[in-house]
Design a protein around this ligand. Structure first.
Ligand code: SF4
Length: 466
């Protein structure tokens, strides 16, 4: 007989659960805001329309740049001409909004009736004179964050190659001139000399503009120049991507975009942990620097300072345990950061796991657990929620990070929860935003402490009878 030992390396399991996550067409909500000159046309049924309306309800007042093309019975039985209908809609969009790009979002129905969106798009874009990007961000995907992945993978095909034609060169020069308008020549060349010599680097992942600036400046401090971001703020400023360029993702759910950039655009992927939490951000910068043979400066002190400033939050969670039910594919990075904060994590549920794209993050998670002297979590892909609930009852974690569907039922059973979707929409990347992750993660614990102080202990401790 042998003694059961705590494993120090990661274990993977796969169950056969359903994906209890939002539909990926919800990516329209953040992508249309990010790409300012875009228009999103979702081609689907009433169900998709209702879902989008609910998910983005408030935005009807803001004149959003998205619309629904509702399929009818005639479309489904192939009696109507898809091409003519889409042309009518796109011409209307051109007339009313004149965007630089129209993004067609395919839904479950277009998948099921095998609507050839990719075949229709090239003909139509040359006819109406606006580029069309086709992305299949439907509910058959694993997680709602993967909607962004499909759109970016489709957009990667549209990134220009090095400018060859004189005309284009002129246009880019004009943009450059405009950006540098009012700046002295010496200032511009002084700025250029702050960078070290290295091959072009393009980052991919949709982040709010302040976070983009933040990460760009962090790399600039090390002398690393970012040639462009995919997506850029405007479609007309998509980064040039040539064979041999280096690329790196900032989000764990972008494996399709990474594959497209490697296979179709022949880029070299820098597989680094993701810049989430001070530990992840430092590891991300270090990895990029190591690929370019740059010795990073001052990162250790920078990281230490951030940890110091987080102590107030960390003392609330140190020694406590967290359980991830699995929702948005950010689970591994968040668990790694929370373990570094002193938490333990018995299980990380995740809807889908691309072990190659997330390799550096998985290695980093294992290393973090070993350094912190805590058991490594079990990673459960496609978890079965019924089994998970049994495990939650057994393990009694202090906090469960879960999709919206399970939060209230768990709370009613006396279990502290946090919606995972909040981590998708909060600014969590970079050194300084680590505070926001902890602000979210500690909120249920702080709420309970406050209730306790008010003498309402029963509300938080006693399991509700249901
Ligand atoms: S794309 Fe599919 S899952 Fe998403 S709202 Fe439409 S029908 Fe539902």
């Amino acid at each position: 007989m042998t003694l059961a030992q705590e494993s120090t390396s990661l274990q993977f399991e796969c169950e056969t659960g359903n994906y209890h996550t939002f539909c990926p067409i919800s990516c329209v909500a953040w992508l249309y805001q990010k790409i300012e000159d875009s228009f999103f046309l979702v081609i689907g049924t009433k169900t998709c329309g209702y879902f989008l309306q609910n998910a983005m309800g408030v935005m009807i007042f803001a004149e959003p740049r998205y619309a629904m093309a509702e399929l009818e019975e005639g479309d489904i039985s192939a009696q109507l001409k898809d091409y003519e209908e889409l042309k009518r809609l796109c011409l209307q969009i051109k007339r009313d909004r004149n965007p630089s790009v129209i993004v067609w979002i395919g839904t479950c129905t277009t998948e099921i009736i095998k609507m050839d969106l990719e075949g229709l798009a090239p003909k139509l874009e040359s006819e109406i004179g606006i580029p069309i990007v086709t992305a299949r961000a439907n509910g058959l995907d694993y997680a709602f964050t993967q909607g962004e992945d499909t759109v970016l993978a489709a957009m990667a095909h549209k990134c220009p190659k090095s400018v060859k034609e004189e005309e284009e060169k002129e246009e880019r020069n004009a943009i450059h001139k405009l950006l540098n308008f009012g700046r002295k020549k010496e200032d511009i060349s002084q700025e250029e000399s702050e960078y070290k010599e290295h091959p072009p680097l393009v980052l991919f992942g949709s982040l709010p503009d302040p976070v983009v600036t933040n990460l760009t400046l962090e790399l600039k401090k090390q002398g690393v120049k970012i040639s462009g971001w995919l997506p850029s703020k405007r479609y007309t400023e998509l980064p040039v991507i040539d064979e041999g360029y280096y690329v790196s993702g900032v989000n764990p759910f972008l494996s399709r975009t990474a594959t497209t950039l490697m296979r179709r655009r022949k880029c070299k992927l820098i597989g680094a942990p993701f810049p989430i939490g001070p530990d992840g951000t430092r590891a991300w910068i270090e990895k990029i620097c190591s690929v370019f043979n740059i010795e990073p400066q001052g990162l250790e002190e920078r990281e230490a300072k951030i940890w110091e400033s987080l102590e107030e939050y960390i003392k609330l969670i140190r020694g406590k345990s967290v359980f991830f039910m699995g929702d948005n594919l950010l689970e591994i990075s968040l668990a790694r950061f929370l373990i570094r904060c002193g938490m333990t994590c018995p299980e990380i549920g995740i809807p889908y796991m691309d072990k190659r794209y997330q390799k550096a993050e998985l290695d980093f998670l294992e290393k973090t657990c070993n350094e912190m002297g805590v058991p490594v979590p079990k990673i459960v892909e496609k978890p079965d929620n019924y089994n998970q609930i049994q495990r939650i009852y057994e393990l009694k974690p202090d906090l469960v990070i879960t999709g919206m569907a399970h939060a209230n039922p768990l709370e009613a059973r006396g279990i502290n929860t946090k919606w995972s979707v909040e981590f998708t929409f909060a600014q969590i990347h970079g050194f300084t935003n680590a505070r926001d992750i902890l602000e979210l993660a500690t909120r249920p614990l702080r709420r309970n402490n406050n209730l306790k102080e008010l003498g309402w202990e029963k509300l938080v401790k006693e399991e509700a009878k249901i």
